[in-house]
Design a protein around this ligand. Structure first.
Ligand code: PMP
Length: 455
């Protein structure tokens, strides 16, 4: 008898083009069909269980299977399944969510513009910062500066603002009016400098770029508080204060992309709280609904919101599903649980320090060059030589190998190049952290063994 999972895989291979996948290779191998999830675990169609150390795609902050979120969706579906926000309409969940977000965000941020995703949030940023400066009488302030190896989404504006070369190569990006500066990635690029020296150097690249372009032409700088997809790159402590000084000096808006860092990932509500960043705009998504339904947005500082309110015309921008009532109701319930169960406090004071401490037990492994982390984010650098930080040849081959071997141990990790990324649900317990670290150690051993058998 043909297994049900084989039938599903064949269906998928025949008709489904996947995101961020070599679709030819996937069709040959067959996708891992995920059918069920509970807490920090997922199961595939063949009944195999995996500890999801990646919270889906950095988003399932509450863990899987919270019935309250399903019930909130069902209640809202029955009451008002859809109505839009265009042309002076609103709905109650969207209004309540906007108020709740304003309470959670830093004091100077009290408005939100809703989108369906992080990418749409950054497309909104792209248009909003230019429109803002035009309203202020500075229509030439148009250029947005992002960072090499930053990630801001997959739409045309999102991928342009991001600095992923592989994405720019496809489709002729970035669009005009976007520039990139170096990233604050000390481990790969810091050489002999101390972390603090390197943090300043990387931040000053922004000042150089602004001077090169002319401050009168620069609208905004966009960056993730901690780069996620680029490799969980935690900037040295000197970096953000220097960035803050520079944007203030040249009157450039600061956009802190909170799509990953927001809603507790760092042990604070926002990455801006963790680093004490004073942002003008904060794109959000993912943890806003713990990924249960798609919803994102841009949190907007008062001075920008007031400028938009005084424009005397329509802001010609928005999405059919902006502030979708069912998504907003689920996001509200997600935020209620995060608050009432004090999950972020628990992360900050208990589980994140435990995760980071346990991961350090892997630091002596011969493959491991560095283990770093903040909150429920951690990266393991795989290297050929610990002391010189030299990488293996093959451009991410070892990271992909380790990721695949981790799957065999029942652990979902992600690899960016040869950097292994960890970002579990915020609700992970100490016992589950022990399992995560044990399986990660087994994956490292298996990777080491595979590399040795090659040579
Ligand atoms: N910004 C950041 C920092 C992200 O990590 C992501 C997604 N990984 C996005 C934006 C894009 O979000 P989405 O996939 O929801 O469009």
């Amino acid at each position: 008898m043909v297994e049900q999972s084989t039938i599903w895989q064949a269906m998928d291979a025949a008709h489904h083009l996947h995101p961020f996948v070599d679709n030819g290779a996937l069709a040959r191998e067959g996708a891992r069909m995920v059918t069920r999830a509970e807490g920090v675990y997922i199961w595939d169609a063949e009944g195999r269980q995996y500890l999801d150390a990646f919270a889906g795609l950095w988003c399932v902050n509450l863990g899987y299977g919270r019935p309250e979120l399903a019930e909130a969706a069902a209640r809202q579906m029955n009451e008002l399944p859809y109505y839009n926000l265009f042309f002076k309409s609103s709905n109650v969940p969207a209004a309540r969510l906007a108020q709740t977000l304003a309470e959670l965000a830093p004091a100077h941020i009290n408005h939100v513009f809703f989108t369906n995703s992080g990418s749409e949030a950054n497309d909104t940023v792209f248009r909003m910062v230019r429109y803002f400066w035009a309203l202020k009488g500075h229509p030439d302030k148009k250029v947005i500066i992002g960072r090499q190896n930053g990630y801001h989404g997959s739409t045309v504006a999102g991928a342009s603002l991001g600095g992923m070369k592989s994405m720019h190569r496809q489709g002729g990006l970035p669009v005009p009016g976007v520039e990139h500066i170096r990233q604050p990635y000390w481990y790969d690029e810091g050489g002999d400098l101390s972390q603090d020296e390197f943090g300043l150097l990387a931040a000053r690249a922004l000042e150089e770029k602004i001077l090169e372009l002319g401050a009168d032409n620069v609208a905004a700088f966009i960056a993730e508080p901690i780069q996620g997809a680029g490799g969980i790159i935690i900037p040295p402590s000197t970096y953000w204060p220097e960035i803050q000084r520079i944007v203030q000096k040249y009157d450039v808006l600061l956009v802190a992309d909170e799509v990953i860092c927001g809603f507790g990932r760092t042990g604070e509500w926002f990455g801006c709280d963790y680093f004490n960043i004073h942002a003008d705009l904060m794109p959000i998504a993912k943890g806003l609904s713990s990924g249960y339904l798609p919803i994102g947005g841009v949190m907007v500082a008062d001075h920008i919101a007031e400028t938009l309110k005084q424009a005397g015309e329509e802001f010609s921008h928005g999405f059919t599903y902006s502030g979708h009532p069912v998504c907003a109701a689920v996001a509200l319930e997600n935020l209620r649980i995060l608050k009432e169960e004090r999950i972020i406090e628990q992360v900050r004071s208990q589980t994140a320090p435990y995760l980071q401490m346990q991961l350090q037990t892997l630091a002596d492994h011969p493959l491991v060059g560095q283990i770093r982390g903040v909150g429920m984010l951690a990266a393991i650098e795989l290297v050929a030589d610990k002391h010189s930080r030299r990488r293996y040849d093959g451009n991410g081959r070892v990271g992909a190998l380790c990721r695949d071997l981790a799957l065999k141990q029942g652990l979902i990790l992600r690899a960016t190049g040869d950097t292994m990324l960890i970002s579990p649900p915020l609700t992970i317990t100490r016992d589950e952290i022990n399992i995560l670290v044990e399986r990660a150690g087994q994956a490292l051993d298996a990777t080491q063994a595979a590399l040795e058998s090659e040579s």
